[in-house]
Design a protein around this ligand. Structure first.
Ligand code: MLT
Length: 312
C-alpha cells in the first residue's frame, strides 16, 4: 500500500510550488546559480520553483533547515563546496552533510577572483600580497561566514602568505560586494558569478583568478599561479539536494529536471557570461553527486584541521 501510494504520489509530483533554499543572502553567487536553475526547472516541472534565502553561519543555518524539512520533494537545497567543508569547520552540526540529504546532482564549478575596492593601493597580485603582509590586520577581508567559499579561499590565502587578516563576515557576498563597491571593506575572494560585471564595469579591481588556466570571460586577469602564488586553486562546485527520505521517484524527476536545466540555452549562456559552465551530464546524477561530496569531505577535512580553523 505504501509503495503504491508513494508511486501515485510521485506520479503527480509536483502539485504545488517547490522551494529551493539558498543558504546565503539574495544577490550573491549562490543565489545567482539557484535562480537560473529554478527558472528552468519551473518550466520542466510545470510548477513554480522559487528560491528562499536562509543565510547565516556560512551556509549551515540553511543546511540545517533543509535537513529537518519534510522529505516530500517541496523543499530543496542548493549549496556549494561549503557542504563539504562544514563538517570539519563546525564540530557541533545538527545534521550530517551526506546522510541528512538526498543528492540530486552537481550543477557547476565556479572560478574565484581576488578583488579589491577600486582605490586599493596594490596595482597587481604581488603588490596585494606584500601590502597585506606589511599591513596585516589593518587590511579587511570580506567573506560570507565560516564555511562559505569566500572564507575557504581566504583561509587558504592566509596560510599561503602566512599573514592573518581582519575578516568581516556577511550573510553572503552579495551584501559584501555592496561594501566593497562603497570602499567600506578592502578585498575579498569571490566567485566570478558575482564579480564579473563589477570587474568589467571598472567598479572594483581584480588581481587574479583561482583556476589552473585563465577564465575566458576575464582574459586579462592572471591566474594566482602566474601571479606567483604557486598551486593555489579553488573552484566552487554547486549541487542540488533534497532531504533524506525523499521518495526515489521524486528524486528521479528532480534529477531529470536538473539535467534539462543544465542543457537550457539561457542557463548555459548566463553561466558563460559569468565565467562558468554546467557540469558534464555524467556528474549531474544523484550517485555521482554523492560520491563527489564524500570525496570532497575527505579532501577538505585534513586541510581545515591542519589550518586549525574552527567555527565552534
Ligand atoms: C560564498 O562565499 O560562499 C558565497 O559567495 C556566498 C554567497 O553566495 O553569497
Amino acid at each position: 500500500a505504501l509503495v503504491a501510494s508513494t508511486a501515485a504520489y510521485a506520479q503527480n509530483y509536483p502539485t504545488k510550488t517547490v522551494t529551493v533554499i539558498v543558504p546565503f543572502a539574495a544577490g550573491g553567487p549562490t543565489d545567482t546559480v539557484a535562480r537560473l536553475v529554478a527558472q528552468s526547472m519551473s518550466k520542466t516541472l510545470n510548477q513554480q520553483v522559487i528560491v528562499e534565502n536562509v543565510g547565516g553561519a556560512g551556509g549551515t543555518i540553511g543546511a540545517a533547515r533543509v535537513a529537518k524539512a519534510d522529505p516530500d520533494g517541496y523543499t530543496l537545497f542548493l549549496h556549494h563546496i561549503g557542504q563539504s567543508t562544514a563538517p570539519a569547520l563546525y564540530r557541533k552540526l545538527s545534521y550530517n552533510a551526506i546522510d541528512s540529504f538526498e543528492p540530486i546532482g552537481l550543477i557547476t564549478d565556479v572560478p574565484m577572483t581576488f578583488v579589491a575596492r577600486k582605490d586599493f593601493p596594490a596595482k597587481d597580485f604581488k603588490e596585494l600580497v606584500s601590502y597585506v603582509k606589511a599591513n596585516k590586520s589593518k587590511v579587511t577581508y570580506a567573506n560570507a561566514g565560516v564555511g562559505s567559499a569566500s572564507h575557504l579561499c581566504g583561509m587558504l590565502f592566509m596560510s599561503a602568505i602566512d599573514a592573518d587578516l581582519t575578516t568581516v563576515p556577511y550573510k553572503g557576498t552579495g551584501p559584501a560586494m555592496n561594501d566593497l563597491l562603497g570602499g567600506q571593506v578592502d578585498f575579498m575572494c569571490d566567485q566570478t558569478t558575482n564579480t564579473t560585471s563589477q570587474i568589467k564595469s571598472g567598479k572594483i579591481k581584480a588581481y587574479a583568478v583561482t583556476t589552473k588556466s585563465r577564465v575566458a570571460s576575464l582574459p586579462e586577469i592572471p591566474t594566482t599561479a602566474e601571479a606567483g602564488l604557486g598551486s593555489f586553486e579553488v573552484a566552487v562546485w554547486h549541487g542540488l539536494y533534497a532531504p533524506k527520505g525523499t521518495p526515489k521517484p521524486i528524486v528521479d524527476s528532480l534529477s531529470k529536471a536538473l539535467q534539462v536545466a543544465l542543457k537550457d540555452s539561457n542557463v548555459k549562456q548566463r553561466f558563460a557570461e559569468l565565467g562558468t559552465e554546467p557540469v558534464a551530464e555524467n556528474r549531474a546524477t544523484p550517485d555521482a553527486h554523492r560520491a563527489f561530496l564524500k570525496s570532497e569531505i575527505d579532501k577538505w577535512s585534513p586541510i581545515i584541521k591542519k589550518a586549525g580553523v574552527y567555527a565552534d
